[in-house]
Design a protein around this ligand. Structure first.
Ligand SMILES: [Cu+2]
Length: 286
């Protein structure tokens, strides 16, 4: 199956129907307000380790909270939370009452977190991903971005990644779910109308990529594992963190991967490079 350009729910393709401007339009998640829709959290700080009912509204062009949302993957709004260093990923589904979204939430560690809301207001012609920062005061211990690996381990499962991210182009990624002993999982359970839900965030600014599953449960073609196929488009070369939610044994788990898009985006070698080596005679003396 080819990497057909997505036309539906492409999120941030509005105004660029020709598709040629893909590399110049801003990726999702970087703005708190777009086309008159604004993400308005009720508070901007949370306490580390404390369970809180976090509330926010999506205000419309008239300044009032939007009350009508169209379902996307079975939910009217998806809330994605990740710390600025790409750790601490959570994928939540708040409930809506009177225009106010609320979700019980615990942020275990100090730091600055990015909150992404993915939604489509009734009457809007596209879906939006708005983002805002929420601070958790305390002693921040930054987590370095893990090295790229083809296999992610989570709770006795091993998820294998095949495919690469290509800057400015849609590319196919297949994530295969198996048991730790190597046995493939062939009875994945549908989660959010798919066998997997993939979120990709760019290191550095946490740009939020739209990722589309290839096929869905019940379409007569898509199998319940082990492989789950997605189409993803990286807006630029660089490092990304992928988060795959999959459901098996009635539990949703998240497998995480670091991926580099594009030539020249290969991570710096752990060893010092020549130019960083002391006494290399390359003119570092003053
Ligand atoms: Cu969701």
């Amino acid at each position: 199956m080819g990497a057909a350009p997505e036309t539906e729910s492409h999120g941030h393709g509005g105004g660029h129907a020709g598709g040629t401007a893909a590399s110049t339009q801003a990726p999702g998640g970087l703005q708190v307000s777009e086309d008159g829709y604004t993400l308005a959290p009720r508070r901007s700080t949370l306490e580390a380790g404390e369970k809180t009912n976090f509330s926010f509204t999506i205000n419309g062009p008239d300044g009032k909270p939007v009350t009508g949302f169209e379902p996307l993957h079975g939910k009217r709004l998806h809330l994605i939370v990740a710390r600025r260093d790409l750790s601490g990923f959570q994928h939540l589904h708040p409930t809506l009452a009177g225009g106010v979204w609320t979700v019980p939430l615990t942020l275990p560690d100090a730091g600055v977190y990015r909150f992404f809301t993915d939604f489509k207001p009734v009457g809007a012609d596209r879906q939006y991903t708005l983002g805002t920062d929420i601070s958790v005061p305390g002693d921040l211990k930054p987590v370095p971005l893990p090295e790229p690996e083809q296999v992610a381990k989570v709770d006795g499962y091993e998820v294998r990644l095949a495919g690469t991210l290509v800057p400015g182009e849609s590319s196919e990624l297949t994530l295969s779910v198996g048991r730790k002993d190597g046995e493939p999982v062939t009875d994945l359970q549908p989660y959010l109308e798919a066998y997997g839900h993939l979120v990709a965030l760019r290191a550095g600014d946490l740009a939020y990529l739209h990722v589309h599953p290839d096929g869905e449960p019940g379409d007569g073609e898509t199998k319940p594992g082990p492989g789950i196929t997605f189409f993803a488009e990286a807006p630029s070369a660089g490092a990304y963190r992928l988060y795959l939610d999959f459901k098996h044994g009635d539990e949703v788990r998240t497998a995480e991967f670091t991926v580099y898009a594009g030539q020249g985006a290969v991570p710096a070698a752990p060893e010092p490079r020549e130019s960083e080596t002391p006494d290399d005679g390359h003119g570092h003396t003053h």
